[in-house]
Design a protein around this ligand. Structure first.
Ligand SMILES: [Zn+2]
Ligand SMILES: [Zn+2]
Length: 280
């Protein structure tokens, strides 16, 4: 009872923060500290865009959402699952990805266009480990816990050799991004929707690892974003000398167009079905 003053003070601070535009609450850990000393590089990473709303060729189904298949040396995993188990199953079959072989799943955040494909994985990989960000809504966590081994990631964490989660970053929902450290290249960052802001996520990984950022692939959540913001993001990519930028999923056509001009050859046209291979 001694600390009952604490809650009203927190509420007042939250309201003040909201009013003055600090809509992102502080993280629970200092962002400049290095938490990932044990991150060791892999020689090679392969990323296949299994689900994306940007259309590809052939018989791949394109729906709103994202799912990436990742193979980092001998470890493979799915990052997000798209909105629909049938779409996921259809596309992995066409892409000849053996989902039976994956070691774990990472879910960026709770929204349906990222977790909707899970019933397919529950069927083919019951009991598999699924990493979710701490702070994800309990309804989704409880649902996943029925058939899978749910691990809540609380802070930056190495989840396999060369693979690090950002831990929960806040942007209206808690979301984690993942980075793969490729030897002599740097980090390859995967984002789900980038609700915590893509420029923040990229800088965050750079700060906690002190490694160069080689590539960024995923949703950047920029539909309707102001030109000023797009310029700021392009400048972050350029100042960090990011070599490959694949803005897909919720990035939006206006932002994609902008990056294709402002980033030149660093911009890469991403869509369902592409395979990105990066090696030392
Ligand atoms: Zn979302
Ligand atoms: Zn999304």
């Amino acid at each position: 009872m001694r600390r009952t003053w604490f809650i009203p003070v927190l509420i007042a601070l939250a309201i003040l923060g909201y009013v003055f535009g600090f809509s992102y609450p502080p993280l629970s850990y200092p962002e400049n500290d290095r938490y990932v000393e044990e991150l060791r590089p892999v020689d090679k990473v392969e990323i296949v865009v299994v689900v994306d709303n940007n259309r590809g060729s052939g018989n791949l189904i394109s729906v709103w959402g994202i799912s990436l298949f990742v193979k980092a040396d001998d470890v493979s995993f799915l990052f997000d699952t798209g909105p629909d188990p049938e779409v996921l199953e259809h596309n992995v079959n066409i892409l000849k990805i053996d989902v039976g072989d994956i070691d774990f799943i990472v879910i960026s955040h709770e929204h349906g266009d990222h977790v909707g494909g899970m019933p397919y994985l529950e069927r083919v990989k019951p009991g598999i480990t699924v990493y979710v960000p701490r702070g994800m809504d309990m309804k989704t966590v409880n649902y996943l816990m029925k058939n899978l081994k749910v691990v809540e990631v609380e802070r930056p964490k190495v989840i396999a050799r060369g693979v690090v989660s950002s831990g929960p970053l806040y942007g209206g929902v808690y979301e984690q991004a993942v980075a793969i450290y490729v030897k002599n290249r740097g980090l390859v960052i995967l984002t789900g929707c980038s609700h915590p802001r893509v420029e923040y996520i990229v800088s965050f990984f750079h700060n906690i690892t002190e490694l160069p950022i080689y590539a960024v692939i995923g949703g950047f959540h920029l539909s309707g974003a102001e030109m000023e913001r797009l310029e700021k993001i392009a400048n972050v990519f350029l100042s960090l000398d990011v070599k490959m930028v694949y803005p897909i999923h919720c990035t939006g056509d206006v932002a994609r167009e902008f990056f294709s001009k402002s980033l030149g050859s660093r911009y890469k046209d991403g869509h369902v079905g592409i395979k990105v291979e990066i090696e030392e």
